[in-house]
Structure formats: structure tokens, C-alpha cells
Design a protein around this ligand. Structure first.
Ligand SMILES: [Zn+2]
Ligand SMILES: [Zn+2]
Length: 394
């Protein structure tokens, strides 16, 4: 036995944890098999406060009580692996996710999964998992008999606090869009979503890159696109989301699918819908003002290295549909975009048109080429001249 003896009581026998079982669900199952009334009894046996069951610094002690190797418990519990406060990161079976991705307080279940096997799967602990893709039904987080929310502290994994057998519940059927996005999350989390859901996923037309994202990145991306959309437009501010809220999570899942389906067409439409209908002053069009939170997030939270497909789609929109200039703050854009945008600065236009700067300015002033003159302040006032690229070919 390599377990150090820390003193204090231990359980009489060990319950083998299953791969990808929820750590909370495991504790619930252990308590049930030992005939305790719920997982908090285990904290009492360990001599820990109830919060101690999930703390990194009591992990060794918990493992001892449970008769697990410390590494076994460590691999299973969502241990803290960096970041601070609201950027706290946790390990979800080896994958890095945000603390905010986890739903601790309002547990969800799939009645049909429980019926097959009374195990609480870790994937149900993710706030954006709203649907079981295997059984094509929505997850349940409230008891229809006592009307109370399901709790971690319950007599067994498949029993409500009121004693209702949760396997007997009928869950609401899920729409194909919910099946598809949840299947994508299941896959990223290492849970096979089942053959039928794989078909929905394939039919969804999501960008292939999305299906290759790690779990943390996929959750960040789904939350971003799902919470940024409202009707046919982008929201000024991303919709707030707490992982416990099943109804909002369902809306976010749906929003994400609406944007990812037949990629990149819906995103392009959404971006076009944000442009003002009548633009009189092209020079005044500003990416930050028009795309707000989406624009800031794109460059700060979703880096090109991981989310190249999103940047590519945005850049294609800019090249083809953005009527304004790309200047100054738009250092974010790749060279290819600046080279193909609708408007080109006069000094760059010289090279393209193989002519001198003064000639271009003259043509612009005479109205022979389509041009915008822009007074720029800062370090003395100066005038910039921008030429419509198409008119250079004449
Ligand atoms: Zn299920
Ligand atoms: Zn109940």
C-alpha cells in the first residue's frame, strides 16, 4: 500500500471510479454504496468542511478516505491548474477549461443514460451541455414531483431528494440543432455522442476547424458566438451567462448553431446587417463602433492561431463588403486584407497605378478617380487622400 496514513477514518471498501465520471457524481455514488444519505457524509468522515471535498489542498486526504490512489482522485477532480479569480482554469479530464464553464450548483441528468447505467457523467457538469446527443433529449435539472432543483446532496445518483427514481422521467426531445452542438461538445470532451448525433453534426455544415478545437476553446467559441447574436444582428454586449442556467444555455447553444450552420454564410449576413443602411460619410465608418464587442473579442479572446477560420471569415467580409477605410487602428488585419480593401491610401495607390503621388492627388481633386479626402488630427493637422481601388484600373 503506497497510501500514506494520514490518520482519521477511511471507508470500509473502495468503489472503483469510472473513466469520465463526474467527481461530484462519484462522491454521490460512493455515499450511496456505503448507505450514507449523501456525499456530505464523506466530508464528515474525512473531518473536512463541506467545501473541503473539492479543494485542491485536501485532495490527498479525500483520496485516503475513499481508498483511492492520490493520482486517481487528482485525475478525476476538476483541479485548479492556473489563472486567477475570474480567469481561473481547471482540468477537465486533462483538458484546460475555464472555471466558469462548470455548472456545480444545478446538476443536470439524462434519465435514459441513468436508466442504462446509474452514473453521473462529467460532461453533464459543463454549463453549455444542455442535451444528451445519445438519447436526443434535453437534460433535466428539476424534479417534476417535488418541483425542487436536483441537488448534489441526494440519496443516490438516480434518486431525487424526495425519493423519486429519476430513471422514470421522460425528458423532452431535443431539436437537431441542439443535438448537433452538444455532439460537438461531447466529442471535444472525449465522450462518443453516438452514431445518430454524428449524422446531425455532419449535416450541420459547421466549419471543420470547430470540430478540431480542444474542449476549452470550443466552449469559449460556442459561448462567444451563441451569446453575441440576437435576431439577425450582433448584440452590443455579449449576453451574460452563468453555467447554472439551463434555459439561457439552451438559447446560447441554439444561437451558436444558427451562426455556425452552413458556415460562413450566416456570419457574413449578420455582419452585413450591422452596416448602416445609408452611408454618406464612408471615412466615418468605424469597426469598433459598428461591431462593438464582437470586434474587440475577435482580436483579444479568440486569437488567429486557434480561431483562424473566424478571422478568415471576418476578413473576407471586410474585403468584399466593408464600404469604409482600413486605417490606423486596423493593424489587426492581415496584409492580404489591406492589399485588397476597397479603398487604398494615395501613397500606396502610386505604386499600384505606377504613377507619382502628385498625379494621383490631381486626378482625385479633379474627380477623375473616386477619392475621399480626410483631415487627420494629431501632431498637426494633415490631409490624407484615399482612392477607390477599382478606379485605379482605369
Ligand atoms: Zn442520455
Ligand atoms: Zn423530487
Amino acid at each position: 500500500m503506497s497510501i500514506p496514513i494520514l490518520g482519521g477514518a477511511r471507508l470500509l471498501f473502495r468503489v472503483d471510479p469510472l473513466p469520465r465520471e463526474s467527481p461530484r457524481g462519484y462522491l454521490c455514488r460512493v455515499a450511496q454504496e456505503h448507505g450514507y444519505c449523501g456525499p456530505l457524509s464523506l466530508a464528515q468522515i474525512a473531518g473536512l468542511p463541506t467545501s473541503g471535498l473539492e479543494r485542491d489542498d485536501s485532495a490527498k486526504q479525500i483520496a485516503h478516505v475513499l481508498r483511492l490512489e492520490p493520482e486517481e482522485w487528482q485525475a478525476m477532480c476538476y483541479r485548479h491548474i492556473g489563472g486567477r479569480n475570474r480567469f481561473e482554469q481547471r482540468s477537465f479530464y486533462g483538458q484546460r477549461i475555464s472555471d466558469d464553464d462548470l455548472n456545480y450548483d444545478r446538476p443536470r441528468i439524462c434519465p435514459r443514460c441513468l436508466k442504462q447505467r446509474p452514473i453521473w457523467w462529467a460532461v453533464w457538469d459543463l454549463g453549455l451541455v444542455t442535451t444528451c446527443p445519445i438519447h436526443r433529449c434535453q437534460l433535466v435539472n428539476q424534479c417534476p414531483v417535488c418541483k425542487r432543483r436536483l441537488a448534489w446532496q441526494r440519496p443516490s445518483v438516480h434518486k431525487c431528494r424526495c425519493g423519486l427514481d429519476l430513471c422514470t422521467l421522460t425528458a423532452e426531445a431535443a431539436t437537431p440543432d441542439l443535438v448537433a452542438i452538444n455532439a460537438a461538445i461531447y466529442r471535444a470532451a472525449g465522450f462518443p455522442p453516438g452514431e445518430s448525433a454524428e449524422l446531425d453534426l455532419a449535416a450541420g455544415g459547421f466549419p471543420a476547424e470547430v470540430l478540431r478545437l480542444g474542449l476549452g476553446a470550443l466552449l469559449r467559441f460556442a459561448l462567444f458566438v451563441g451569446a453575441s447574436r440576437e435576431k439577425e444582428k450582433l448584440r452590443r454586449k455579449q449576453r451574460p451567462f452563468t453555467a447554472t442556467d439551463l434555459a439561457v444555455a439552451t438559447e446560447i447553444d441554439r444561437g451558436a448553431v444558427a451562426l455556425l450552420r452552413d458556415w460562413p454564410r450566416p456570419l457574413r449576413e449578420l455582419l452585413r446587417n450591422m452596416l448602416p443602411p445609408d452611408v454618406t460619410d464612408l471615412a466615418a465608418l468605424n469597426f469598433s463602433k459598428i461591431f462593438g464587442n464582437f470586434y474587440r473579442h475577435l482580436f483579444r479572446v479568440l486569437p488567429r492561431g486557434e480561431f483562424g477560420f473566424l478571422h478568415d471569415a471576418f476578413e473576407s467580409f471586410v474585403v468584399e463588403d466593408w464600404p469604409g477605410l482600413i486605417r490606423g487602428q486596423h493593424r489587426y488585419f492581415s496584409f492580404a486584407v489591406r492589399r485588397s480593401s476597397h479603398w487604398v491610401a494615395a501613397n500606396k495607390a502610386e505604386r499600384t497605378a505606377r504613377t507619382t503621388g502628385t498625379r494621383i492627388w490631381d486626378l482625385a481633386r479633379q474627380g477623375q478617380v473616386d477619392a475621399i479626402f480626410l483631415n487627420v488630427r494629431g501632431g498637426g493637422s494633415r490631409t490624407e487622400c484615399w482612392i477607390r481601388r477599382e478606379s485605379l484600373n482605369q
